[in-house]
Design a protein around this ligand. Structure first.
Ligand code: PMP
Length: 444
């Protein structure tokens, strides 16, 4: 039994804290606690069904090949032939350390400040002279710096594609371009290639049949096949574009990475009528992680892109822009590229020779004159899902070719192999394992 004085004492304490109140006629009532003030009785709130709220466009963009590739970089003990970046040992860390320090000394607080949306003026001037050396004459107002060339591709898609518009691409083609065009609901029509690049007879038929919005092409060291368009075809392609009034997006991230022969001129440098938008990047030549790419186009288009950029990410990272600018302006690009070409050529030859030594019947090896990839056509009887499973078990990652084909036209016996990123020893071990797995899969 509780003593009455204890009850009275407890009541007095509750009253002092404002938790109870005596009301005439209705006795003593409990008041809402201060912590619950203003809060409604807890009622059941159903879980929000986010997936039912997603826009049609969001649902269309559910491809995640690129994020899968990039996640491999955090995994250890995996041999990756799937990426598209330079190897870690191609960087002169001392040089980058020096430039980083100089950046702070030279630009001081400016490094922490915004740049114009379309890119920092110093870098745009540097890009202008860099382009001039490649036969492309563009004023600084026709150049825009973007966060990687992926962003330029996306802007171009945003600028031109209405749902249902036909976009012509090479078959196969760069997955990031397919994704960007698909996200704007383009109808992608792909055109086969041969040793000289895109097939112009098929292209012309498609230009007549589809009246496409634009053509996306990678004439030089094409990703994923490594093929390069011949000089004649470049000229003829432009003639067709002019004749049928179709704009061309030239994507050229690998042009500097040639391992023999002559460098062919960019379509943009041959274009006398402003039909070509030129997209390139420092991702493959200097560093992927800095995310600096650029686009060359007419001033009206750059103005539109500037609006898109404001909405998307406002500006490309200031630090990255100045780092790239200083690296090139101080004259380091030439030596760096020579070094990259030397290392990559050696790795390409090593990988190609080892694949050839595998003597796999009915396997076609496309050895490129430049760029980052060897393209393989595997024997027809290989089941890709089985090969990928076996490679997974032995810790080797490759890119199955089907991701480079628009969805309605899946080919399954191609593989893209990157030779720039893996170390020599990894190329040796990884190709050995790949050959073993291919042989095992062909026997099944
Ligand atoms: N185009 C092609 C053909 C590519 O291979 C890549 C990168 N894999 C890009 C564009 C995008 O590169 P970034 O955004 O890094 O400049």
């Amino acid at each position: 039994q509780v003593n009455r004085s204890t009850v009275v004492k407890a009541y007095m304490e509750l009253k002092a804290e404002g938790l109870v109140e005596a009301r005439v006629g209705s006795g003593t009532v409990v008041l809402p606690s201060p912590a619950r003030d203003g809060v409604q009785e807890k009622t059941y709130v159903p879980p929000l069904r986010w997936n039912q709220l997603e826009s049609r466009r969001a649902v269309k963009s559910n491809e995640q090949t690129i994020s899968n590739i990039l996640s491999v970089f955090e995994k250890e003990r995996v041999i990756s032939f799937a990426s598209g970046v330079a190897s870690e040992d191609s960087y002169d860390l001392e040089l980058f350390k020096k430039i980083q320090t100089q950046l702070l000394e030279k630009y001081r607080e400016k490094i922490f400040m915004p740049t114009p949306v379309e890119g920092c003026t110093e870098l745009k001037h540097t890009i202008k002279s860099y382009l001039q050396q490649n036969g492309i004459n563009a004023g600084v107002r026709q150049i825009m710096v973007t966060s990687g060339s992926q962003q330029s591709i996306e802007f171009f898609a945003r600028l031109l594609i209405e749902p249902g518009d036909v976009v012509l691409v090479e078959e196969p083609t760069y997955i990031g371009a397919i994704q960007a065009f698909e996200s704007y609901e383009a109808r992608i029509v792909s055109i086969p290639m041969d040793e000289e690049g895109i097939r112009l007879d098929v292209l012309e038929n498609c230009l007549v049949k589809y009246r496409p919005k634009f053509l996306y092409t990678q004439p030089t060291f094409h990703n994923p096949t490594g093929l390069t368009m011949s000089m004649n075809r470049r000229k003829e392609l432009l003639r067709l574009a002019y004749y049928y009034n179709v704009p061309v997006m030239e994507d050229n991230p690998y042009g500097e990475l040639y391992y023999e022969g002559e460098k062919l001129p960019a379509l943009k440098s041959l274009d006398t009528n402003d039909y070509v938008i030129y997209v390139s990047s420092f991702s493959k030549t200097i560093s992927f992680s800095l995310r600096v790419g650029f686009v060359v186009a007419g001033e009206n288009i750059i103005n539109r892109f500037t609006r898109f950029k404001q909405i998307t990410d406002i500006q490309t990272n200031t630090h990255s822009q100045y780092l790239i600018h200083e690296f090139i302006a101080q004259g380091h690009l030439k030596g760096h590229l020579e070094n990259l070409r030397r290392i990559n050529k050696m790795k390409r030859d090593m990988m190609a020779a080892q694949l050839q030594r595998g003597k796999i019947e009915d396997m076609k090896i496309y050895v490129p004159g430049g760029g980052y990839f060897i393209w393989l056509e595997l024997p027809k009887n290989i089941v890709m899902s089985e090969l990928l499973k076996q490679l997974g078990d032995v810790g080797v990652v490759i890119m199955p070719g089907d991701v480079f084909f628009p969805k309605f036209n899946v080919e399954n016996n191609y593989v893209r192999l990157n030779f720039s990123y893996p170390k020599e020893q990894d190329i040796k071990n990884g190709v050995e394992k790949l050959i073993e797995c291919i042989v095992r899969c062909s026997e099944n």
